[in-house]
Design a protein around this ligand. Structure first.
Ligand SMILES: [Zn+2]
Length: 145
């Protein structure tokens, strides 16, 4: 079992593939990196559940737009978050936030799995409190599995 806060080659390959085109299907990614579609899907879900993939956004070609004064947008400083030039490697550590108290998770997180979700906590007491708070939801999600 991999530690949840470390990426491996599969995660890195998926992230690289998505950073080129975020609208790719799991099947396309699967073909590209030669890993089965269910594996791509479960890894993708995990990257979303740990908060590393926030959203898959279209890549907008700002050079195709101009503002009211006829200035091309790619010459204007924008607040666009760019992934370009940042190479994701498996040596990188993912900063996990506690799903209960929102504090940083140091070292090995406490985990809770239910209905295909994974939640991470800074300590076992946060995990206990979360489990208590979302008891009904956790139980109903677990039954679906
Ligand atoms: Zn906590």
């Amino acid at each position: 079992m991999l530690l949840p806060f470390r990426l491996d080659d599969t995660d890195v390959a998926i992230l690289e593939s998505l950073s080129k085109d975020g609208r790719k299907s799991f099947r396309q990614i699967s073909r590209e990196i030669k890993i089965s579609t269910p594996t791509v899907k479960s890894r993708y879900d995990r990257l979303v559940s740990i908060g590393l993939i926030k959203a898959v956004l279209p890549v907008i070609d700002l050079g195709k737009l101009e503002n009211k004064t006829g200035q091309k947008l790619d010459h204007i400083r924008t607040n666009t978050i760019r992934n370009h030039g940042v190479k994701i490697t498996k040596e990188m550590l993912i900063h996990l936030k506690c799903d209960y108290c929102d504090g940083p998770v140091h070292g090995k997180p406490s985990m809770l799995r239910f209905g295909g979700f994974e939640r991470f906590f800074c300590c076992t007491s946060c995990r206990g409190l979360y489990r208590e708070k979302y008891k009904g939801r956790i139980e109903s999600l677990s039954q679906k599995q």
